[in-house]
Design a protein around this ligand. Structure first.
Ligand SMILES: [Zn+2]
Length: 208
């Protein structure tokens, strides 16, 4: 009866129907009511999981694409899954606090036109994190150490690739963003771990 009326009724069945419509599963219900053929329990769970995931992913993309506050965050996390830094933290729990600091930093990244003067090196910049990690003389020694470590641990092609990135892309890669380079999963974890540790050290040094 509810299906026919399309009304604003309340209750269990109307709620179920609204949820099915929300996740584009209503046709499954219509199919069931017309021919009494319903998927098995496991298949139904799979259908529901996929439908909910697709809906949530679409909502996430719509929101992030229409809000400039998320333009940088999208370069770091553009899928619904735990950030890679959490995956790294599971393998290296002794570095959890440092990795948490970087995740927190990722959520605070915003594009801004605000020009600031660095009180350490005296240069003007409009991107505080990029300045600290990629430019400032205050963190130069740590930056050199990071590049030396990358050169020592990974093949030379990877170093060349990183140097070929624009600064804007490089800073997001160093924060655990998607890496358009084929590293083995274990090497990727090591790269993300060391990048995060060094970025955290630079931020700490810059504050003092
Ligand atoms: Zn500086």
């Amino acid at each position: 009866m509810y299906l026919l009326k399309e009304s604003c009724q309340t209750g269990f069945i109307p709620d179920i129907v609204r949820i099915l419509r929300k996740y584009d599963l209503f046709n499954q219900l219509l199919q069931y009511t017309s021919d009494t053929v319903f998927p098995s329990s496991s298949k139904w769970k799979s259908i529901v999981y996929k439908a909910v995931f697709n809906w949530e992913e679409l909502m996430m993309y719509n929101r992030m694409n229409n809000d400039s506050d998320f333009s940088r965050f999208m370069l770091i996390q553009d899928v619904i899954s735990p950030h890679i830094l959490w995956t790294v933290a599971l393998k290296f729990p002794e570095h959890l606090s440092k990795l948490s600091n970087i995740v927190r930093l990722c959520t605070d990244l915003r594009s801004t036109n605000l020009i600031e003067l660095c009180h350490f090196c005296g240069f003007l910049h409009d991107d505080r994190i990029s300045h600290i990690v990629l430019h400032c003389t205050k963190t130069e020694s740590l930056r050199d150490d990071l590049w030396c470590l990358i050169s020592a641990v990974f093949d030379i092609e990877f170093s060349v690739f990183l140097h070929s990135l624009s600064e804007y892309n490089l800073i997001h890669v160093l924060l655990g963003g998607s890496l358009p380079y084929r590293l083995s999963p274990s090497d990727h974890v090591i790269f993300v771990l060391h990048s995060a540790i060094f970025v955290d050290k630079m931020l700490l040094l810059y504050q003092h």
